[in-house]
Design a protein around this ligand. Structure first.
Ligand SMILES: [Zn+2]
Length: 368
């Protein structure tokens, strides 16, 4: 995560600085509360999602197969994060069969009674059908992120001229659970499969590798993304839009790509083109090879922070866009590109156990 660069605001809107001279951050809990590691009763194992997007309502319809296991003690229940959703069905998979489970839901936490007591040697897979409604959620952001809707529909119905239609997600800190059911804590990690069905004219980006694409008869296409290495739920990402995908030289056989609006396709390598060399430099310095299957970077409209290190799929705000004339004065986004890439090691591969230690992620990323 990188905060929005404030220089622009200071230059253009100096009045903003004086208008609220003594404003305290709204969340002052950090002064008194150490956010210790969240108790681990059940552990995430695997998350498989099949999602479609309702652009008219800015909603996501999801089917989820969530595999968990008791962490240590036997348990007959599981408490999951699911923010502001309509929960349609909660079942447990028994082979191919689904068996309905009893649950309570208070719009933030989904408390599920399992069909029996499971031990730490068992795994179980829940099946959950839901609708995510990010625009109806009442939330506040944090110091570095101005909002926490998790899932963002940009110009979804095309009413704003000169603005493309895009979808992107922002998980950090605990907003991924707005768009899928999970244990939304940094001391949990899960492998991932994503089926995203989108209008065929758009491209998609998610974590891991794009394994297949299937055209549907209704003008949509289903993209299947898969990541076999576990990572924390806050690092899950989906991006959808009318992007050019610029592929740079692979790094040791791994895809390095840049998702930019077509207008910026000629400048993508000018902006991001040092990425393969940075991957080599950081791999050599750390003695740990770049740990993931690919590295993509995407630019989102109206982003709520500076940039975010979603595993293998970093999201940047529009300030990343620079044309050749601007780049001639120096790449104003290079530091952020390096920062987010370094997070692929510190943050994504090695993850702070609790949000109290998030400063460690950020310190390492800045040190890079
Ligand atoms: Zn950061």
């Amino acid at each position: 995560m990188k905060r929005i660069v404030l220089m622009m605001a200071i230059t253009v809107f100096p009045a903003l600085l004086w208008a609220q001279p003594n404003e305290e951050p709204k969340d002052t809990a950090w002064k008194k509360v150490f956010r210790e590691s969240y108790p681990v009763i059940n552990s995430l194992v695997h998350t498989k999602l099949d999602v479609t997007f309702n652009y008219a309502k800015s909603q996501l319809n999801g089917k989820e197969w969530l595999t968990l296991k008791p962490h240590f003690y036997p348990t007959d229940s599981v408490l999951l994060d699911a923010k502001g959703m309509d929960i349609k069905q909660v079942s447990i998979m028994n082979g191919m069969n689904k068996k309905s489970l009893k649950y309570t839901y208070d719009s933030m936490k989904l408390n599920i009674k399992l069909d029996k007591t499971y031990t730490r040697n068992d795994k179980y897979t829940l099946y959950i059908e839901y609708t995510a409604k990010p625009n109806e959620l009442k939330t506040e952001g944090s110091a570095a992120i101005t909002d926490a809707k998790g899932l963002y529909f940009i110009n979804p119905t095309g009413q704003e001229k000169d603005k493309p239609t895009q979808i992107w997600t922002q998980g950090e800190t605990e907003a991924s659970s707005v768009w899928f059911v999970t244990i939304d804590k940094p001391n949990q990690k899960t492998t991932q499969e994503m089926y995203m069905t989108v209008p065929a004219k758009y491209v998609t980006l998610s974590n891991g590798l794009l394994k297949s694409q299937k055209k549907n008869t209704d003008g949509t296409r289903t993209d299947y993304w898969k990541m076999d290495q576990p990572h924390a739920p806050y690092l899950f990402f989906m991006g959808v839009g009318d992007y050019a995908i610029i592929k740079d030289a692979p790094y040791k056989g791994k895809e390095v790509s840049y998702y930019v609006e077509k207008e910026y396709a000629p400048y993508a390598k000018g902006i991001f083109g040092n990425t393969p060399e940075m991957m080599k430099f950081f791999s050599d310095k750390l003695g740990v090879e770049y740990p993931w299957d690919k590295y993509s970077q995407i630019v989102g409209r109206d982003y709520v922070s500076g940039a975010m290190e979603n595993t293998t799929a970093t999201l940047h705000q529009e300030s990343a866009y620079q044309n050749n004339r601007q780049l001639a004065d120096g790449n104003g986004w290079e530091e952020t590109i390096a920062h987010e890439l370094f997070h692929q090691w510190f943050g994504d591969l090695v993850t702070a156990e609790s949000w109290s230690n998030l400063t460690v992620n950020e310190s390492f990323a800045n040190y890079s």
